[in-house]
Design a protein around this ligand. Structure first.
Ligand code: BG6
Length: 488
């Protein structure tokens, strides 16, 4: 009981995102005492459910440990559930009444909803559910933010007519990852990197995302979007932006986002000639999922040419980066789960060592799994010999920091919404630029329907992608393998 300070409303509470991510995240924040005291939760969706039903759905994803059972009970005690439709003003005023009953408080609305109901839900929120007097209202939205420049602009215009930019929190959960947040510190707090962080020092940049599983029954959703919209246009572009932007004058959200927009404006639309598109097929003789190709997913339309793998080379036409290829690479059903940034430096000038012995330096920022930053470099082979040898300076988090537990991306981001910190949320002009860069390519794929190159489930993806990288000055020698160090 008692008056609330904050009410957090999950719209779409019966859905997948809510049970897998949002409720578990709220629970972890509650468990760790990170939320403001007197925060309450209300779930809202069409199904006639109870808090107990929500609990049953979310529990398998909440990672409750022994001894936390009572705390879980406390958490669900401060939860409510309201069934209502997404277009009925009457239902939204029921929701509003439920919030008002908790007194004058700040309100957060999380739209864990299909994009088809975004418009009506936001209209109703604006009309009926905004907080009064000196309390604030914040609205959290998830991708898809449209599916091309035009539909994204339509959504942006719709939202900006209802809410101020300070009230809108567009989530790209990659911005909540430790290593993505680390990019700013690595770049702007280290004198050793600043003089070489440009076209004189850097040959190429590769940003990659790999997943070892296919669409897993999400094929219906996925087929309308494809890997370029699902991962490249948002997550990988955000990383690219942080690698390429100029130093902002301060670390406040508007200064940072201004720089992000500025560098995006220097990027030309992607040319289909600079891409390799792939689609996975089942592994012959494979077991279970790996035997299933993308087109074998019953939710995928027959003969679909939607890419599940894509490599694209982007060009940043500014004084710092002109001529440096930024290669984005992502795919489903590959050989491993990994996301990383690889900054490959130019060859040593006037090399005095035997041909081929000296390899390029590479700075690798491993986003996941096994968070690490390591610098591949040459050193003398230890001992009598005078050969050069590849080695590394390695900052592996698991060995450098004992018992480290990094927060989940959603935990940080949702907490940022409570605190009103917008650094790690996407501003509407950023979104506009990202769609501008990809829309011509997406249109071309839609109209010309180029047949994607097939690759086998569990492989490294199409060989054509490796060739494209090589042609664009990313030299993979295969002579060196980074080994994960022992835990601390
Ligand atoms: C989501 C994509 O945005 O990111 C999914 O829609 C993808 O297809 C997921 O699996 C990857 O997120 P993470 O945090 O597991 O790397």
């Amino acid at each position: 009981g008692g008056a609330a300070s904050h009410v957090f409303v999950v719209l779409g509470a019966s859905g997948d995102l809510a049970k897998k991510k949002i409720y578990p995240t709220l629970w972890w924040l509650f468990r760790d005492g990170l939320l403001p005291p007197k925060t309450y939760f209300i779930g809202y969706s069409r199904s006639k459910l109870t808090v107990d039903d929500i609990k049953k759905k979310a529990l398998p994803f909440m990672k409750v440990k022994n001894g936390e059972e009572q705390k879980v009970e406390q958490f669900f005690k401060i939860n409510e559930y309201i069934a209502g439709s997404y277009d009925s003003p009457g239902d939204f005023s029921k929701l509003n009444k439920a919030i008002e009953q908790k007194g004058s408080c700040n309100r957060l609305f999380y739209l864990a909803l299909p994009p088809t109901v975004y418009e009506s839900v936001t209209l109703n929120l604006k009309a009926t559910c905004m907080s009064k007097s000196d309390k604030w209202t914040r609205v959290i939205v998830e991708k898809p933010f449209g599916k091309d420049l035009e539909s994204s602009n339509r959504l942006s215009n719709h939202l900006s007519a209802l809410f101020k930019e300070e009230e809108l929190y567009r989530i790209d959960h990659y911005l909540g990852k430790e290593m993505v947040q680390n990019l700013m510190v690595l770049r702007f707090a280290n004198r050793i990197f600043s003089p070489v962080w440009n076209r004189d020092g850097i040959a190429s940049v590769v940003i990659s995302f790999k997943e070892p599983f296919g669409t897993q029954g999400r094929g219906g959703y996925f087929d309308e979007f494809g890997i370029i919209r699902d991962v490249m246009q948002n997550h990988l572009m955000q990383i690219l932006t942080l690698v390429a932007m100029e130093k902002p004058p301060t670390t406040n959200a508007e200064d940072i986002r201004n720089e992000k927009v500025k560098v995006l404006k220097s990027i030309q639309p992607v040319d289909i000639k600079d891409t390799v598109l792939g689609q996975y097929v089942g592994k012959p003789g494979g077991k279970g999922d790996e035997a299933q190709g993308y087109l074998d997913d019953p939710t995928v339309p027959k003969g679909s040419v939607t890419p599940t793998f894509a490599t694209a080379v982007l060009h940043v036409k500014n004084e710092r980066w002109d001529g440096v290829p930024f290669i984005l690479r992502c795919g489903k059903a590959l050989n491993e789960r990994k996301a990383e940034v690889r900054i490959q430096f130019k060859d040593v000038a006037g090399d005095i060592f035997p041909d081929g012995e000296v390899k390029r330096n590479e700075l690798v920022i491993r986003v996941q799994p096994d968070e690490a930053v390591y610098l591949k470099m040459m050193a003398k082979s230890p001992g009598m010999s005078f050969n050069c040898e590849e080695t590394e300076l390695d900052l592996s988090y698991s060995s450098r920091y004992k018992d480290l537990k990094l927060p989940d991306a959603y935990e940080r981001l949702i907490l940022d919404v409570f605190s009103g910190i917008q650094i790690n949320f996407v501003r509407s002009d950023e979104l506009y630029e990202a769609w501008r860069i990809f829309t011509p390519l997406l249109n071309k794929i839609e109209t010309e329907k180029p047949k994607p190159i097939t690759y086998v489930y569990g492989s490294r993806g199409p060989k054509e992608s490796d060739k494209l990288c090589h042609d664009r000055d990313f030299i993979y020698t295969g002579t060196y393998k980074w080994n994960k160090p022992e835990p601390a």
